[in-house]
Ligand binder design. Structure first.
Ligand SMILES: Cc1ncc(COP(=O)(O)O)c(C=O)c1O
Length: 387
């Protein structure tokens, strides 16, 4: 059994979650950025120590065993068939989104996103001089849906060239079904819209739901789409900056690769390669246990809100370790809500408004932390709200 209850001191480790100024007040519990407070699995640590103690850090490239580890993980966990040639490594998924935007669209082109969504999607589009077009998701009771008529209308009206999909969808915790993905894919295919499917959270799926890689929806979808994957969320390796971008279509892959070369993004980091290979080779049991722990954390949070803060609504996550909470009933504007969280509850969260349209009045909690920390955070929140 792995110990996810262990509290690990992260201050003083160059952590953006713990070492930035906002986290310096000792009462602050940071639950914003999507990294976990858990130690990764022992085999990953051992692989890194082994490589570090070798002491020679010359240029590195993925080996055959690296590619096999990625391919096997996708096959066994997701019944997703990937070929070695389809994999392009990058130093992050956000970097890959930017490369895809530059490789496959032109300046001023329209790129569609669903809102609310992980905020670097907008930045990846705008920083490259493209236009963001939005398809708002609709909150029905406790889950979000896409109106496919609006989705298609936005594509037609704005002559959209690319759609960036988030599956599972950060911050709302939605795991897209095969039927939904089929509709998305068919509409994009019909209007010659490239799909970039960010599947970085693919391994965090809860009971009753299944992750469907975009290529598994319909064999034709591989002709016009890219799948972004990484071991970074699953195994808590974000700072090792290693992602695997899966591009079946040769022409798209060459354009992406050319853009990668032109951008100055270099070969992968040796530690990222070691960690990714070890994680995908030895990490299945660790992830299984982690998922049980996270599901219990989410249940604990849902029960807490139900009993002690019933005016706040938890959008029950189907995937992710990020929990989206509707706080609109408090009647606070975005600055007041942020002040309440930070200065009264002493919680550093990702504010809903940063995720764009539909995010105002919501807060995103990262619950990938020991239960004792979650409990403390929720008690601080209750006290602040009741005061
Ligand atoms: C949907 C999504 N994509 C990408 C990332 C970040 O990826 P990377 O660190 O590989 O750039 C995150 C991190 O939270 C995310 O939620």
């Amino acid at each position: 059994m792995y110990d996810f209850d262990k509290v690990i001191e992260r201050k003083g480790t160059n952590s953006i979650k713990y070492d930035r100024e906002k986290a310096q007040d000792p009462r602050i519990i940071p639950m914003w950025v999507a990294d976990m407070d858990f130690e990764t699995l022992p085999e990953v640590k051992e692989a890194l120590v082994r490589r570090a103690s070798h002491g020679v850090f010359g240029y590195a490239a993925p080996t055959e065993s690296y590619y096999q580890a990625v391919i096997n993980w996708m096959e066994t966990r997701h019944q997703f068939h990937v070929e070695k040639d389809w994999i392009v490594t990058t130093s992050g998924v956000v970097g890959a989104l930017k490369l895809a935007v530059r490789a496959l669209t032109q300046k001023d082109d329209a790129i569609l996103v669903m809102k609310p969504v992980y905020y670097p999607f907008d930045a990846s589009i705008q920083l490259n001089g493209r236009r963001v077009i939005e398809c708002p998701l609709i909150l029905k009771e406790n889950h979000y849906e896409c109106d496919f008529d609006i989705f298609e209308k936005q594509i037609i009206d704005h002559d959209v060239k690319m759609f960036i999909l988030c599956n599972p969808h950060n911050p709302i915790g939605k795991v897209w079904t095969k039927e939904e993905l089929y509709q998305i894919g068919k509409i994009c295919q019909k209007h010659h819209v490239y799909v970039v499917s960010d599947e970085i959270h693919m391994d965090f799926i809860y009971s009753g739901h299944q992750h469907i890689p975009f290529y598994n929806v319909d064999p034709a979808f591989g002709d016009f789409s890219i799948i972004c994957s990484a071991p970074s969320k699953t195994f808590n390796l974000a700072a090792l900056q290693t992602s695997n971008i899966i591009i079946k279509n040769k022409d798209m892959r060459e354009k992406f690769q050319d853009e990668k070369n032109a951008s100055g993004m270099s070969d992968p980091n040796i530690f990222g390669l070691e960690a990714c290979e070890a994680a995908y080779t030895f990490g299945a049991k660790w992830v299984d246990e982690l998922l049980v722990y996270l599901a219990d954390n989410i249940q604990y949070m849902k029960d807490f809100f139900k009993e002690r803060l019933p005016q706040l609504k938890v959008i029950s996550p189907e995937g992710l370790y990020l929990v989206w909470v509707d706080m609109r009933s408090l009647g606070l504007n975005k600055d007041e809500l942020e002040t309440l969280m930070l200065e009264k509850a002493h919680l550093w969260l990702d504010e809903g408004y940063i995720f764009g349209t539909g995010g105002d009045g919501f807060e995103r909690f990262n619950v990938a932390c020991p239960r004792s920390v979650l409990k403390q955070a929720l008690e601080q929140l209750e006290k602040a709200i009741k005061e």
